[in-house]
Structure formats: structure tokens, C-alpha cells
Design a protein around this ligand. Structure first.
Ligand code: HEM
Length: 784
């Protein structure tokens, strides 16, 4: 009886469990399935889907399809599900509103093989490694500080290019400008990356150039194996053999370069000092056991490949299109030359530091990037299901943003096919339209997390080179033609269908070339090593002390200004310039630096007229706060006793330095409000500022990588052009991340620390546009 009872009791739970399992199984398989609402799509063919619709030039074909089916369309390329965005609004939805969901890139057999299994940066999946590399790119490798240090390389290569053009002009021969410009950008990138040129007698450097061409071709070519499942393991197009050959050659060459580099580093260590290129910085980080992520040898090789592939053709082809447009528009060429003659004159070569005063030249480059974006299709991949414009975009969808089509959208651009730089100068404020991902009707460098980290370098290079070509030469169509053919050819980077052949005629004879002092490159390359910093003509007039001696800090603004390199530093003991990288020992030093307390306006000495205005941004983290009880929300935590003392101290120090804000934008959290209140009570001049509490400052600081852009928007919205000093008060991580991203240095902000940043521009919008990420000058971090 007892046994029977126990048996029954046992059977009951098993039966119930069984029923639950059966029910769950039935519910799962017969659940009402939500039908996906995919974007509109043309009729596809079996197996290949819409592949046949992409010929002959994908971005043009996609543009035609979007004109018929709308700004968001759905395609099936073989077995790969894709969506294509062709309007500013849909691009914004994908790249800003849903940035995180679309922050991966699709991979292909060629990409995966050539990048050592996605060990690079451009195709690395969005995750910890990519974030580490992004930070490194923005703050060091491609940041403002590094770009300044490598300025002499760009200047020297421009001079070499002009000299070549000048020599050829004497022979009155038509030349292949595309070829000259690709050689030029390869030389710049190659010297910045590994201190070698890509032309001349160095055979292996020539090989780099050939390899870059082949890698770009292979990664951009359509491979059936990536799209049609049946062909996955077949090599119908003979790709595999070429991939193996290219990778073997690239790897062999990189191994040799790395070995040479390692030998050179060992020698330099023995002798002390020495310059650093990007490869040195990468090796430093790979050897740093305390680095956030460990860089492997494959990571380094793959990153070098990225920089070459992403950075050379794109910039060269942009310059080629700009020149072609100028030759076809002599009136625009004349106006640009007049601007250059008025601002720069004929006795010296245009410099990067002249660019802020050359709005027409900047507009020409913007107009070129609008009509001829050398990344015509941005490629992303969704990592989860999203809703865009009311349509479903499932996870794992390949996304194309048609930048080329967006730049020609008549909704945003009048006479969109006209080359008309004036459109950026017509209405007040429009001239400052940003090309770096803020205005979605013009996104040649993409936008959001995966936006181009080389945009500042590319703009500096393209603007100054196009400026120099306009300044020094008249241009004629080559081989007897009268108009340059503007047809596009197939390829990832919008190449021209026919090479640009033209004849340069020297306009200034002799060319106003600067004499480059021997050792100038060493001085710039070795800027991390103070022992090699010596006096030499320098652009900036600010000095810093390093290892006891006072030297020019070579901070911003190009060179050739002719100031003496040696001067006297102002004593400002409470300021510390954060190291370029806390990870890399050679970049870890902190130095005292002078802070300009002068009127923040840059003046043309001859006319005493203001040209561009210095704009100062103080990023202040709130003072120390008390841990609240369990009923106090984080937002409402008050500041502590130490915080009070610190707030008083920081207000005195900022006042002493003359960094007094006219506008304060502050988070509305209790601890930031209280910090400001104490500062205002203690230092009268802080209470004269206009104050706005911006609630979003509290939440944005917790979001990964978004604070800098958010601050830019808030400042442009709340500030007026005549306000020259703005203080933004908020929280970490966002505040120190924004200070690092804007300045290109690694900035640490403890509570009540203020980062002092400066950029120039006639408006805040212009200052942000011109400086970009990494281009703000960091004066230092003030501590209580
Ligand atoms: C006119 C010149 C250039 C143009 C038009 C251009 C355009 C672009 C575009 C459209 C993207 C994709 C952005 C996105 O997904 O939102 C990109 C990514 C990238 N660019 Fe550039 N670029 C140029 C120059 C450079 C230079 C000079 C470098 C470096 C030396 C560079 C390095 C990169 C890298 C590493 C990426 C991948 C970023 C990532 O995946 O996170 N680019 N570029």
C-alpha cells in the first residue's frame, strides 16, 4: 500500500513534467510567427537573387534601384541578405540612432584571409579589441598630436611632388596625374608608418605599393564563393591562388621590415633617443605587458595593411577628382587662386596652417567629396534585429550606405550634379558644414563609431596639396583635349574611368619652396624624446619645459611661421600635460606647459584684423561626492567636504589662469550643480557666466564613445559666436573620454579636474569642424 502510494506520487510529477515539455514543444513550433516587414525589393532570380542588378558599377546601380524602390531597399545577393540606404535620413537611422546595432562589418573570404583572420582594425568585429584600437587610433596613431609631429613629412612630400611637376612642366609634357598622386600619398603614408618612402630605389617599398594595389583589388572584387553557397568551396574565379600569393609576399615583406625595425630599435636603445613612427608605437604597445589589450605580430602587420589600403588611394583619388573638376571649371580655379594669392601671397608655399583662412579652398574639397566620395558605399553588418523606418532589418544583414547617392540627392542639394563650391559659402553657417559625420547629407568619411579615423589626416593632406597645386601651376588638359572626361570606373574607391592626363605650367617661377632644414624630420619624429628636440624654425610660439630645458612644444598649426624654437616658459606649476600614452613608457612623461592667458583671438599682425578666433573649452568633472544612503539616487548625491575644498581651489586656479567661462553647460546632477554653486560663490567671475543645466549630460557620460559628439552638439546649440570660452561640467567616463578624443592625448580626469582645450574657428561649429577629433590643443589638466 505504502509502496503503491509512493509510486503514484512519483508518477504524478513525471507526468506533469512530460506534459509541460510537450506543451512547450508544441507552443514553440506552432507559435504564431511574426512576418518580417522587410524594405521594398525588386524581383530577384533563383540562386543569384539580385546579384545581376549590381553591374557595371554597384553604387550607380544601387542609386537607380533606390530611385525606383525608395531610400531603404532590401536585396538578396546570392544567399546574403542586404539592405541599402540611400538618403540622409535612413543613413542617420543606421549610423547614429542604431549605431551600435550596425557597428560590425561584413567579411569575405579575401578579407578574412588577407587580414590574418580579421586581426586588423577595419574589419575587426566590434568588441574589446576594436575598441582598444579605436582609442589608440584617435588618441595616438592618427590623433592630432601625432599628425602635428609628422607634419614635416607631409610638407617634404608636397615639395617633392611640386618639384616633379615643375620639372615635367619645363618639358611641357602631359603627365598621368593619378599615378603621381598615388605615388605621393603612398610615400606620405609609408614614411609616417615605417619611415620609408615608396618610390625611388628602395625595391621593397615599391613592392609595398604593388601589394597595396593588389590587396585593394582582391578585397574589392566580387567573389562568387562569398555569395552563392554552392560555390563556397569552389575556386571558379581563380581567387585562392592569388590570395595565397599576395599574402605570402606581404607577410615576407612585413617580416623583413619588422626585423629591420627591431634591429634599429635595439641600436637606438643602446645609443639613446631616436624617432618614432607608427610602427614603433605599435611595437611599444605590443611590448607593454600592462596594455589593455595585447597586440600580436599579426595584429601589427594587419594594421599596417589597413592604413595603406584605407589611406592611400582614397586621398590620392580625391585630389585627382578635385583637379579634374578645377580644370573643367576655370572660373572656380581662378577664384581659388585669387583667394590663395590674397591670403598666402606668391612668395611662400601654402601651409596646413593657412587652411582655416582659406574657406573657398575648403569648399572646393567639400564639393569634391560630395560628388566624388572615394568610399562611395559604406559597408556594415547588423548584429541584432532592428526596426529602421518601420521596416525589419534582421541580424546578420549586410548594410550598404550609398554615400555617393546621398551626396546627389536633390532633396538636399540644388543642382546636385553641378560642381559648385559656393553652395558651402552662400548662407551664413553653411560654410562650416562638417564632412566628418555630423551632417548626414554629406558623409564621405562615414559616421558613428566606425567612422573614418583618418579623416583629419586626409583633409589636411588633400586641402594643402590641392592648394599647392592651384597656387603653383596653371593646368591644361593633356594630349590636346579641351575637357576632362569625368566618367567613373569600377572599383571600391571610385577610380576614374580614364587616367587624368594633364599638363602643368609653372605659374610661379621659381617655385616658392621652403628650404627644409636638415634634421627637421628627426626633430619632428623624435618629439617624444626631448633630448632630440632642438631649436629650429617653428610654427608655434608656445614653449614647454622638458628634462629641464625649455623647448618649443610644436603644438599646433603647421610650420614656417618663423618663430624661434627656444623661449621662456611661463611658470604654471599646477598644470600637467598628460602623457601621449600612459601605456607606452616613452610616452608616459608629464611635463609642465605654458598656458596662454592672452585674448583668445588670432590676429593678422599686418592688418590687426581678427582672422580666426581661438575658442577655449573647459571640461570639468564634478567635485568629490558623498556615497548616498540607500534611498539616495546616484543623480542626487551631494558633494563631500573634500569636494567643497576642491571646488574652491579649482575656481581660484582657473581664475588665476584667466580661463573664465562666459557660458557654462552643466549636468543637472546634484554634485555638478553644487560644484558650480561653490565655484560661483568663491570666484565672482564665474557667476557672471550664462548657465544652462543640460540633463542629458548626466546620462551621456555613461555611454561608450558618445560624449564628445554630444558636447559638440550642445555647445553649438547653446553658444553664440561671440562667446569664446565655454565650460562643460559633467561626469566620467564620458568627460575624460571626450577630452582624450578631442585632444588626441590620453587624458585622465579625477574629480574636480579640468581639461583645458583650444581650437580656432569663427564659430564654434567651425572650430569643431576644423579641429575634428584629435585636433584640439590640450593646454593641460588643472587639478585642485
Ligand atoms: C579622402 C580620404 C578618405 C576617405 C574618403 C575615407 C573614407 C572612409 C569611409 C567612408 C570609411 C567607412 C566609415 C564608416 O563605416 O562609417 C572609412 C573607414 C576607415 N578609414 Fe578612411 N577615408 C579616407 C582616408 C583615410 C586615411 C588617410 C586613413 C588612415 C591613414 C583612413 C583609415 C581608415 C580606417 C582604418 C577605417 C576603418 C575604421 C573602422 O572600421 O573602425 N582613411 N574611411
Amino acid at each position: 500500500m505504502l509502496c503503491a502510494m509512493e509510486g503514484e506520487e512519483l508518477i504524478k510529477p513525471i507526468t506533469v513534467l512530460f506534459l509541460i515539455l510537450v506543451l512547450s514543444f508544441l507552443l514553440f513550433f506552432f507559435r504564431p510567427r511574426r512576418r518580417l516587414r522587410l524594405p521594398p525589393s525588386p524581383i530577384g532570380l533563383p540562386v543569384i537573387g539580385h546579384l545581376h542588378l549590381l553591374a557595371p558599377i554597384p553604387h550607380q546601380a544601387l542609386h537607380k534601384l533606390s530611385a525606383r524602390y525608395g531610400p531603404l531597399i532590401h536585396l538578396r545577393l546570392g544567399s546574403v541578405c542586404c539592405v541599402v540606404a540611400s538618403s540622409a535620413a535612413t543613413a542617420k537611422e543606421l549610423l547614429r540612432t542604431h549605431d551600435l546595432s550596425f557597428s560590425d562589418r561584413p567579411s569575405s573570404k579575401a578579407v578574412s584571409y588577407l587580414t590574418y583572420g580579421l586581426a586588423d582594425f577595419s574589419f575587426a568585429p566590434y568588441g574589446a579589441y576594436w575598441r582598444f584600437m579605436k582609442k589608440l587610433c584617435v588618441s595616438e596613431l592618427l590623433g592630432g598630436r601625432t599628425l602635428d609631429q609628422l607634419l614635416p613629412i607631409r610638407r617634404e612630400e608636397i615639395v617633392a611632388l611640386l618639384q616633379t611637376l615643375h620639372d615635367k612642366s619645363q618639358e611641357r609634357q602631359a603627365i598621368d596625374m593619378g599615378g603621381e598622386l598615388i605615388r605621393f600619398t603612398n610615400n606620405v603614408i609609408s614614411r609616417m608608418t615605417m619611415s620609408r618612402r615608396c618610390s625611388g630605389s628602395e625595391g621593397e617599398s615599391e613592392e609595398v605599393r604593388r601589394l597595396v594595389e593588389e590587396i585593394s583589388e582582391l578585397t574589392g572584387k566580387f567573389n562568387l564563393a562569398d555569395y552563392v553557397g554552392l560555390c563556397k568551396n569552389l575556386d571558379l574565379q581563380g581567387f585562392d591562388r592569388r590570395l595565397e600569393d599576395v599574402r605570402r609576399r606581404f607577410d615576407g615583406m612585413m617580416e623583413k621590415i619588422l626585423k629591420d625595425k627591431e634591429a634599429g630599435r635595439a641600436k637606438r636603445r643602446e645609443m639613446g633617443g631616436g624617432g618614432k613612427d607608427l610602427l614603433d608605437m605599435l611595437i611599444d604597445i605590443s611590448e607593454d605587458a600592462s596594455a589593455e589589450a595585447r597586440l600580436t605580430r599579426d595584429n601589427i602587420k594587419a594594421f599596417v595593411m589597413d592604413i595603406f589600403v584605407a589611406g592611400t588611394d582614397t586621398s590620392a583619388i580625391t585630389m585627382e577628382w578635385a583637379l579634374a573638376e578645377l580644370i573643367n571649371h576655370p572660373e572656380i580655379l581662378r577664384k581659388a587662386r585669387e583667394e590663395l594669392d590674397a591670403v598666402v601671397g606668391k612668395n611662400r608655399l601654402v601651409e596646413e596652417s593657412d587652411i582655416p583662412n582659406l574657406p573657398y579652398l575648403r569648399s572646393i574639397v567639400k564639393e569634391t567629396l560630395r560628388l566624388h566620395p572615394t568610399g562611395p558605399l559604406i559597408l556594415r553588418r547588423s548584429n541584432n534585429d532592428s526596426k529602421i523606418d518601420g521596416y525589419d532589418v534582421p541580424a546578420n544583414t549586410t548594410v550598404f550606405v550609398n554615400v555617393w547617392a546621398i551626396g546627389r540627392d536633390p532633396e538636399h542639394w540644388s543642382d546636385p550634379l553641378e560642381f559648385y563650391p559656393e553652395r558651402f559659402m552662400e548662407k551664413k553657417g553653411e560654410e562650416a558644414m562638417d564632412v566628418r559625420g555630423q551632417h548626414f547629407e554629406l558623409i564621405p568619411f562615414g559616421s558613428g563609431r566606425r567612422g573614418c579615423p583618418g579623416a583629419s589626416l586626409a583633409l589636411q593632406l588633400v586641402q594643402s596639396t590641392v592648394g599647392a597645386m592651384i597656387q603653383c601651376f596653371e593646368w591644361k588638359v593633356g594630349d590636346g583635349g579641351t575637357v576632362v572626361d569625368m566618367a567613373e570606373g569600377p572599383g571600391l574607391t571610385l577610380p576614374r574611368a580614364k587616367p587624368l592626363r594633364c599638363t602643368p605650367l609653372s605659374r610661379l617661377n621659381p617655385l616658392p619652396l621652403p628650404s627644409i632644414p636638415a634634421g627637421a624630420i628627426i626633430r619632428q619624429l623624435c618629439v617624444f624624446d626631448a633630448s632630440i628636440l632642438v631649436s629650429s624654425p617653428c610654427c608655434c610660439h608656445e614653449m614647454m619645459t622638458m628634462r629641464g630645458s625649455v623647448v618649443c612644444c610644436c603644438c599646433r598649426g603647421g610650420g614656417g611661421g618663423g618663430g624661434s624654437g627656444i623661449g621662456t616658459a611661463l611658470p604654471t606649476p599646477s598644470l600637467f600635460v598628460p602623457s601621449a600614452s600612459p601605456k607606452s613608457p616613452s610616452l608616459r612623461r608629464s611635463q609642465s606647459i605654458s598656458v596662454s592667458t592672452a585674448d583668445p583671438e588670432v590676429r593678422d599682425e599686418a592688418s590687426a584684423a581678427p582672422l580666426t578666433r581661438r575658442r577655449r573649452l573647459i571640461l570639468l568633472r564634478h567635485a568629490d561626492s558623498r556615497i548616498g544612503d540607500r534611498f539616495t539616487k546616484d543623480h542626487d548625491r551631494p558633494i563631500s567636504k573634500v569636494g567643497r575644498k576642491d571646488a574652491i581651489s579649482i575656481s581660484s586656479k582657473l581664475q588665476q589662469l584667466g580661463w573664465i567661462p562666459e557660458l557654462v553647460l552643466s549636468s543637472d546632477a546634484t554634485r555638478t550643480k553644487e560644484t558650480l554653486q561653490i565655484m560661483q560663490e568663491h570666484a565672482q567671475r564665474f557667476s557672471e557666466a550664462e548657465v544652462y543645466f543640460v540633463p542629458s549630460f548626466y546620462s551621456i557620460a555613461a555611454m561608450d564613445g558618445q560624449t564628445a559628439e554630444h558636447l559638440q552638439k550642445a555647445i553649438c546649440e547653446y553658444s553664440r559666436d561671440e562667446i569664446l570660452t565655454v565650460m562643460c561640467m559633467g561626469h566620467n567616463r564620458g568627460w575624460e573620454e571626450a577630452a582624450s578624443m578631442l585632444s588626441g592625448a590620453t587624458v585622465e580626469l579625477k574629480t574636480c579636474n579640468a581639461a583645458l582645450l583650444e581650437a580656432t574657428g569663427n564659430s564654434w561649429d567651425e572650430a569643431f569642424t576644423l579641429a575634428g577629433l584629435g585636433g584640439w590643443k590640450l593646454h593641460g589638466v588643472v587639478k585642485p
